[in-house]
Design a protein around this ligand. Structure first.
Ligand SMILES: Nc1ncnc2c1ncn2[C@@H]1O[C@H](COP(=O)(O)OP(=O)(O)O)[C@@H](O)[C@H]1O
Ligand SMILES: [Mg+2]
Length: 254
């Protein structure tokens, strides 16, 4: 359903230098990956391996120099026109590590705001759809609470509802559990697994291997700007064949 081919991305020399990369360093270096419709794909890799970059590229927010991404009938490339980019982007939703909620808006208003801005809905219609989205993450009862009265797990669920409300085909998560206490990770695990039944495709970047094992249908390992291994959690984590995966697992507490 998503076909990524030969993706190459290099930050500008100045930015790369500042980030401590060698000047010629490509963050993504001929990366190819297929994502299956409806699956939950975990993406793991060392810190700095390009996981967040890949996610931003897949969301249509980060330009790249070579390669292509095909999603359904829309294709994104280095020279895509604005209309094509917008069409591609409308199919994706992003959930960040630190929620990005407005503190002076209730859960409902945070979700409704996205619907007003992106889809141009009136307040009534936006709030109706926002409630339906909150329901999907089991938060309808907390709709009128403000972020400061919500737990970290609840805040992340509001952020997921906000992305979900825009009805993307693909939800992209960047380290969705990193800002949470360990016992709240299960909440997010349950929500992501639960959303699978809605037919939505989900890509979950995480550096937490045990979380990746539980949440993913398949896991892809990112190293040296490419996907070095992809398979079921058992295949990748228990019977790894790539040196990069073995090295990553050796360094991980989980
Ligand atoms: N906007 C940017 N400009 C320049 N370099 C960047 C930028 N974003 C990330 N990088 C560099 O690209 C590499 C990959 O970063 P990132 O995608 O954030 O990795 P990860 O999410 O796997 O930790 C890192 O070396 C990082 O410093
Ligand atoms: Mg990252």
């Amino acid at each position: 359903m998503i076909r990524i081919r030969d993706l190459r991305l290099k930050y500008s020399a100045a930015a790369a230098l500042e980030a401590g990369l060698v000047e010629s360093g490509c963050v993504l270096n001929g990366l190819s990956l297929d994502v299956v419709e409806g699956e939950i794909l975990g993406v793991i890799g060392r810190s700095g391996s390009g996981k967040s970059t890949l996610l931003r590229v897949m969301s249509g927010l980060e330009p790249f120099q070579e390669g292509s991404i095909q999603m359904g009938d829309s294709e994104l490339g280095p020279k895509s026109r604005q209309a094509a980019q917008a069409k591609y982007r409308a199919q994706t939703g992003v959930v960040f590590q630190d929620f990005h909620l407005f503190p002076h808006y209730s859960a409902l208003q945070n979700v409704a705001l996205a619907l007003k801005i992106v889809r141009g809905l009136e307040t009534d219609a936006a709030e109706r759809e926002a409630l339906a989205a909150l329901e999907k993450v089991s938060l309808r009862a907390a709709a009128h609470q403000y972020p400061e009265t919500l737990s970290g797990g609840q805040k992340q669920r509001v952020a997921i509802a906000r992305a979900l409300a825009l009805k993307p085909r693909v939800l992209l998560y960047d380290e969705p559990t990193s800002a949470l206490d360990p016992d709240l990770r299960f909440e997010i695990l349950d929500v992501i697994r639960g959303l699978k039944s809605l037919g939505i495709t989900q890509i979950v970047v995480t550096h937490e291997i045990p979380f990746a094992r539980r949440v993913s249908d398949r896991i892809a390992v990112l190293a040296e700007g490419k996907i070095c291994e992809v398979g079921t959690p058992d295949q990748v984590l228990d019977r790894s064949h790539s040196e990069a995966t073995k090295e990553l697992l050796k360094r991980n507490w989980g």
